[in-house]
Structures are given as structure tokens and as C-alpha cells.
Ligand binder design. Structure first.
Ligand code: NAP
Ligand code: HSE
Length: 425
């Protein structure tokens, strides 16, 4: 039996998926037994060059969703409107939906998953986190019996590409961002990538799956890479660290704490070795210890592979003709504020180089119960720079110490504060 696929979006990922559905039809049929037929691709600009023949182009996505020849809907347009309405409308018609839209899921996940459960159809989203890395299904199915305690990872390909290009290739920030856009890694509005918003949406989804509790995106602490300076990347290297944009979700008795921010990672740590648009996610649990998922985190081709896997699975379930039970259930509960989490900081202070300066700085940290692990000095006189790494202390104590350091007459500027993750080098 044929499965009619209606594709909403024919851009970087959608265009690649349409091409694969057409060119690899026989190979997919031979390998999976599923006879996938592309019925149409909804786009905005009708005359743009595409990776698939123009006869498939449809100008009204809502009509494509309604077509009786469309059994299954793939949403690859991105954004919330009109994606949300279209997904709901497909689910209401009993049509399985596959999406890669982390923004939509992080904002409207509970509503969408509830509707899919109510209608007994699949809502699959393997490509929403980690691009081509099989991560969502292992986390929600293979590890359903594990009590996941921590998720730590690089989940945004664009920012990892930019940081690698700036760090290793000496590329300027804007040049690296433009290159990531050309290569199809960035979101339509790359602010979502560089501000940490895309990674925050993915972190919320991963936390929900890992801990079985929905984490509202507004409760995810977020810092992007726009404030990062190459000066700190160079100092980080000297101290034995690389700089990465990390997503971290911790379980605790007070609820999960979820955050996205740049971090110094020891150069020998597997996450420090992840280059370009690749992603890497560590899952930690009492029985599995550590699992690392690693691979291409962005780009049309790998992401289309993840979507195709979902299309084949959803088709099998559709052909079985029975109602699909929800794969994931999300409870409600408290979310722990990031300010209560224990963190370790790197600070770059521009200071006056005079006797007693270090003692004044140490006393500020001491007053906030933050202990200093190491101190280095660069330069002399008025151009002196102090680099400090602290021991673990509550995030709010670090912040309070940072504010009080600004008030010291001997500190000309707290020039950078970046968190440190992983064992010390
Ligand atoms: P994209 O290149 O911007 O493609 C979006 C497609 O949707 C375009 O074909 C666009 O039409 C169409 N579209 C947007 N709004 C529409 C509307 N209102 N009506 C009809 N068509 C509309 O985006 P993408 O990179 O393929 O990403 C698609 C989704 O996958 C997003 O949710 C993204 O976050 C997610 N994702 C992307 C990647 C990646 O590496 N790119 C990886 C994982 C997940 P036009 O072509 O005419 O503009
Ligand atoms: N813009 C996203 C990224 C695409 O760079 O990771 C993959 O989700």
C-alpha cells in the first residue's frame, strides 16, 4: 500500500527530503517495505530553484494537509505560525506528523502531544535535536527504564561551527556566521542560534524526555555566544580549555535545572574535541554510567536522514491501523532555578597591578563563600589582567561576588565571566 507524504517546507531540510523521497524510492521500498509517495511540497516562494521538480510545489499548505491522498504530514517550515495550526489540523484528521521544529515543540509541546495522544496518532521529532544523530528515540525508548540524572551537550551546530572557525581558523565572528548560513546550518533567523535560543529549546525537549517532566522554555537559563571574545578563547587555551556553547540539564530533588551558556571545557574532554557543525550529547544515569551521542548536528542531508527514519516508522504504525499509544509522558513539577545550582567560574579581571590587590579580590570572593582555585596574572602596571578559576559554589554567590568585584577601586573591569564544566585539566 502506498503512503502519501505531504511536505510542509521545501528549504534546506525539506528540499533534501523531497529529493530523497523521489530518488531513493526503490531503495527505501526494498529495505523497509514502505512505498513512500511524495504528494506535494508547500513553499512560500513559488519560483525559487529547488532540489525537486516544480510539479510537486503547492502554494497552500492547509490544502496539502487536507488532501485525501496525503496520509502523513512532514512539517519542515519552521516557526510557530502557521506550523502549529497545520500540525494540529493534520493530527485532528488522524494523520501522523513528523516535525524537526524544536521552537514549536518547546513552546507548544504539551498541547501537540496531548492532541496526538487523543487521536492515537504518532507525532515524531527525531530531527528536532541533534540533527542527524539518533538521539530522541534512544532517549525516549531504549533508555525509558533508566533514571537519567544529567544531560550535557553541544546541541547547536551553527554556534559550534562559529566557535571552531574563530578558534582554529582565525575567522571573524560575522564571516563564520555567514559561512554557517551558506552551509544550511543556521535557522532562518540566526539570532535563535547565536543567542542560545535554539539550544535552549533543544535543552528543554531533552530535559522533558530525560526526566519525564515538561520544562517550560521560559525556565531554561540562556546565554549565547555573542558576548564571547577571542581574547578569552586564547586565554582558555593557555589554561588547557576550549570554549563551547553547552546545554546542561540536571535532575535534583528540587526538580530539574536546565541551562545553556558558553563554558570552558578541558581540552581532553570529548566535548572539547567536537568540531564544526557536529553535536555531542552525554547522558548520565546510575546504571548506564555515561553514554555519548555524537555526529552531524545540522545541515540538510543528515537532518533529512533523521526525518526519513521517522517517516518510515510512522508509516509502519499507520499501516498497522491501530491507535498509537504516546511514546512519552510528561509530568508537571517544580523546576529548579539556575541561581541555586553549583557552578565553577572563569573570570577575567582588568586590574591595577599594586600590592594588596589580590587580597582585596580574594576577600570579596570569601565574603560570598566562593573559593578560588587558581589565579594567573598577565601583564604589569595599569594593563594587568587577572585570570581566576573558582571552585564550585552556588551560581547566585558567584554573581554577587562578580557585582562586588565591579565596585572595587582596584578592579577596572570584570571583563569576562564564563562557567567551567568537566574535570580540571
Ligand atoms: P528553511 O531552509 O528556511 O526552509 C523552510 C521552508 O518552509 C522553505 O521552503 C519555506 O518556503 C517554507 N515555508 C516557511 N514558511 C512557510 C509558509 N508560511 N507557507 C509555506 N511555506 C513556508 O528551513 P530549514 O533549515 O529547512 O529548517 C526547517 C525546520 O527544520 C526548522 O524547524 C528547523 O529548526 C529544523 N531543523 C533544521 C536543521 C538544519 O540544519 N537546517 C536541522 C534540524 C532541524 P520558501 O523556500 O519559499 O522560503
Ligand atoms: N540551526 C540549528 C543548529 C539546526 O545550528 O543546530 C539544527 O537544529
Amino acid at each position: 500500500m502506498e503512503i502519501g507524504v505531504g511536505l510542509l517546507g521545501g528549504g534546506t531540510v525539506g528540499g533534501e527530503l523531497a529529493k530523497r523521497l523521489l530518488e531513493d524510492h526503490a531503495a527505501i521500498l526494498a529495505k523497509s517495505g514502505i512505498d513512500l509517495r511524495l504528494r506535494g511540497v508547500a513553499v512560500r516562494e513559488l519560483d525559487k530553484p529547488r532540489l525537486f521538480p516544480s510539479r510537486y510545489i503547492v502554494d497552500r499548505p492547509e490544502v496539502l494537509v487536507l488532501m485525501p491522498q496525503v496520509d502523513l504530514v512532514v512539517e519542515l517550515m519552521g516557526g510557530v505560525d502557521p506550523a502549529r495550526e497545520l500540525v494540529l489540523s493534520a493530527l485532528d484528521l488522524g494523520k501522523p506528523v513528523i516535525t524537526a521544529n524544536k521552537e514549536l515543540l518547546s513552546l507548544h509541546g504539551p498541547e501537540l502531544f496531548a492532541r496526538a495522544a487523543d487521536k492515537g496518532v504518532s507525532l515524531l521529532f527525531e530531527a528536532a535535536v541533534g540533527g542527524g544523530i539518533p538521539l530522541i528515540r534512544p532517549l525516549s525508548e531504549s533508555l525509558a527504564g533508566e533514571k537519567i540524572e544529567r544531560v550535557t551537550g553541544i546541541v547547536n551546530g551553527t554556534t559550534n561551527y562559529i566557535l571552531t572557525a574563530m578558534d582554529s581558523d582565525g575567522m571573524a565572528y560575522h564571516e563564520a556566521l555567514a559561512s554557517a548560513q551558506r552551509l544550511g546550518y543556521a535557522e532562518a533567523d540566526p539570532t535563535a542560534d547565536v543567542s542560545g535560543g535554539d539550544a535552549a529549546a533543544k535543552a528543554a525537549i531533552l530535559a522533558g524526555l530525560a526526566f519525564g517532566q515538561w520544562v517550560n522554555i521560559t525556565r531554561v537559563y540562556r546565554e549565547g555566544i555573542t558576548e564571547l571574545s577571542t581574547v578569552d578563547m586564547k586565554f582558555a587555551h593557555q589554561l588547557g580549555y576550549g570554549v563551547k556553547l553547552l546545554a546542561v540539564a540536571d535532575a535534583s530533588s528540587q526538580g530539574p535545572a536546565v541551562r545553556v551558556h558558553p563554558a570552558l571545557v578541558p581540552t581532553g574532554h570529548p566535548l572539547a574535541l567536537i568540531r564544526g557543525a557536529n553535536n555531542g550529547v552525554f547522558l548520565e544515569g546510575p546504571s548506564i554510567g555515561e553514554l555519548l551521542f555524537l555526529g552531524p548536528g545540522a545541515g540538510g542531508r543528515p537532518t533529512a536522514t533523521a526525518v526519513l527514519g521517522d517517516v518510515i516508522l510512522a508509516s509502519r504504525e499507520f499501516l498497522a491501523g491501530t491507535k498509537v499509544a504516546p511514546r512519552v509522558r510528561f509530568g508537571n513539577g517544580a523546576v529548579r532555578d539556575f541561581s541555586e545550582v553549583e557552578t565553577q567560574w572563569y573570570l577575567r579581571l582588568e586590574v591595577r597591578d599594586a600590592p594588596g590587590v589580590l587580597a582585596q579580590i580574594a576577600s570579596v570572593f570569601g565574603a560570598h563563600q566562593v573559593s578560588i582555585k587558581s589565579v594567573w596574572q598577565e601583564g604589569r602596571g595599569d594593563g594587568a589582567t587577572l585570570l581566576l578559576i573558582t571552585h564550585h559554589a552556588r551560581e547566585d554567590r558567584h554573581r554577587a561576588a562578580g557585582r562586588d568585584l565591579e565596585k572595587l577601586e582596584v578592579v577596572r573591569q570584570v571583563a569576562a565571566t564564563i562557567r567551567v564544566i568537566g574535570a580540571s585539566p
